[in-house]
Design a protein around this ligand. Structure first.
Ligand SMILES: Cc1cc2nc3c(=O)[nH]c(=O)nc-3n(C[C@H](O)[C@H](O)[C@H](O)COP(=O)(O)OP(=O)(O)OC[C@H]3O[C@@H](n4cnc5c(N)ncnc54)[C@H](O)[C@@H]3O)c2cc1C
Length: 463
């Protein structure tokens, strides 16, 4: 064991659920960093020395205190579905599995408060009988936790209406436990939430998250095909701008992506661009008319009852695909990698007003090695194109060249091939994050190696 105090820490927590067998350590030390050929070789061997699964806040407090007193690094883990190695313990120590802190704290009309380890699909199942749902969820809803989404995620199904997790109003409150000999609970509200949002768990253990809930719709699904990516994009733009139709997903794809989505093959046509959509069932006809008006053809239509049964894992007709959102966002990369392991991806955002024009440019300019799919987002009244395009990987230099050229053209780039928070680009490190780390993790034990240029307070470390 690398950390000399680990045996003492282990003995102190012996009555908690602990794992230190090789398969558990390996499983808890990985996320989906292997989507990146750049990250993979560097992160493969990194491993925790102990996994702890606290059942409640009292047990969690003991873990946080023990890590602080014994100076053992601690990396928090939700569903472990991050893509940048966020949850990989670079310096060993403890991996803190949060998935047993999964209670619903409270619900009311328009909001719900959940323990951070609550699975997002379980949350949606629990609030469905109340006629409510999470405003947005990543395509990994079935695996991801609400705490992990706040600490490492961005957007997903629902973002075509409700925007991104860091938009004003997307999160009401976050409760954080500090990693100190005497851990404290801190409630963050309003702009203070940004201190821990997308901070990869470097500055406090998120224990509870309160989010607004949306009125649940009966979400029907559609696939529609178009002659070109540009035609599909024009449709996606028009549909997203159409505020009168309630929608949950607008995702359009380059024709060359079709062979990677094998389960959807019967509905994707030959050499056609395609759109994957979720619409409020009573407005499905309206959507179908819009598709036809814009030169498209609906090839797949699934009613809300069947779509929900597929998403909730209740039943699925033979040959029917899983929930359609599991073919969009970064699930597109997952499916592509199953067919062609040399594929990787990038993370781009086309700014509003110029998005269609910039997509047309990017499609032409990077045609050889980049296959675009766009997930539409509506933020603060404007339509953005979010894109996790597939890339036929050749070299890291080429990835950087594409990112630099896209950036120069006015497309916003977040580099998904780095585990360093400072490089993430999605939300550059601003003063409150390191400042809050001084408060919530004064010994610098949380997820070490992810936030560069931060030093533990010498006073705190010497105590
Ligand atoms: C196939 C695929 C598709 C994806 N699609 C999307 C998508 O549509 N949208 C999107 O935003 N992301 C997407 N992701 C990324 C990821 O699934 C989501 O961001 C998800 O919300 C992460 O949640 P998690 O519970 O798995 O977090 P984890 O991976 O466990 O953790 C993420 C980060 O948060 C930290 N963390 C976790 N829990 C806590 C806590 N309680 N307190 C403090 N820190 C914590 C971890 O240390 C880590 O740094 C996708 C990933 C894959 C593999």
């Amino acid at each position: 064991m690398t950390h000399p105090a680990l045996a003492a820490l282990r003995a102190e927590l012996a009555d908690l659920t602990l794992y230190d067998d090789a398969p558990s350590l390996r499983m808890h030390s990985r996320d989906f960093f292997w989507f990146s050929p750049v990250l993979k070789p560097d992160l493969e061997g990194k491993q925790a020395e102990l996994v702890v699964l606290p059942r409640d806040k009292a047990e969690l407090r003991r873990v946080a205190s023990a890590c602080a007193r014994h100076r053992v690094p601690v990396t928090v883990r939700g569903g472990g579905t991050g893509n940048y190695g966020q949850a990989v313990p670079l310096e060993g120590g403890v991996v803190l599995n949060m998935t047993r802190l999964n209670r619903i704290v409270s619900t009311r009309l328009g909001a719900g408060r959940f323990e951070a380890g609550a699975n997002m699909l379980d949350i949606d199942k629990a609030v469905a009988p109340l006629g409510q749902e999470l405003r947005m969820h990543p395509s990994t809803r079935a695996q991801a936790t609400i705490g992990g989404f706040v600490a490492g995620g961005a957007a997903g199904a629902g973002s075509c209406t409700w925007g991104q997790i860091d938009n004003l109003g997307a999160v009401i409150a976050v409760e954080v436990m500090t990693v100190e000999p005497e851990p404290r609970l801190i409630e963050l509200r309003g702009p203070d939430i940004l201190k821990v949002m997308h901070a990869y768990g470097v500055n406090g253990i998120i224990t509870e998250v309160e989010v607004p809930l949306a009125p649940a719709h009966d979400w029907a699904e559609r696939i529609a095909i178009f002659d070109t990516l540009q035609k599909a994009a024009e449709f996606g733009q028009a549909f997203t701008e159409c505020d009168g139709i309630a929608k949950k997903l607008v995702s359009i794809h380059d024709p060359r992506i079709a062979p990677y989505l094998r389960r959807l093959a019967p509905w994707l046509g030959e050499n056609k661009a395609f759109a994957i959509l979720m619409v409020s069932e009573p407005q499905g006809d309206e959507l179908d008319r819009l598709v036809a008006q814009m030169g498209g053809t609906v090839t797949f239509a699934r009613g809300a009852a069947e779509a929900r049964a597929a998403a909730f894992g209740e039943h699925r007709e033979k040959g029917a695909p899983g929930p359609l959102y599991e073919y969009t966002w970064n699930h597109t990369t997952l499916h592509a990698l199953k067919v062609d392991p040399s594929i990787t991806y990038l993370q781009l955002r086309f700014p509003p007003l110029r998005n269609l024009e910039l997509l047309a440019w990017a499609e032409r300019h990077f045609h050889e090695d980049v296959l675009f799919h766009i997930e539409f987002q509506r933020r603060q009244g404007k339509v953005y194109h979010s894109s996790l395009p597939l890339v036929r990987f050749t070299t890291a230099e080429r990835l950087h060249e594409i990112m630099a050229q896209a950036d120069a053209a006015g497309i916003q780039v977040s580099n998904p091939h780095s585990w360093v928070l400072n490089n993430a680009g999605w939300k550059q490190i601003d003063a409150p994050q390191p400042e809050f780390k001084r408060l919530a993790d004064p010994l610098g034990l949380m997820n070490p190696g992810k936030l560069l240029g931060w030093e533990a307070s010498l006073d705190a470390a010497a105590e």
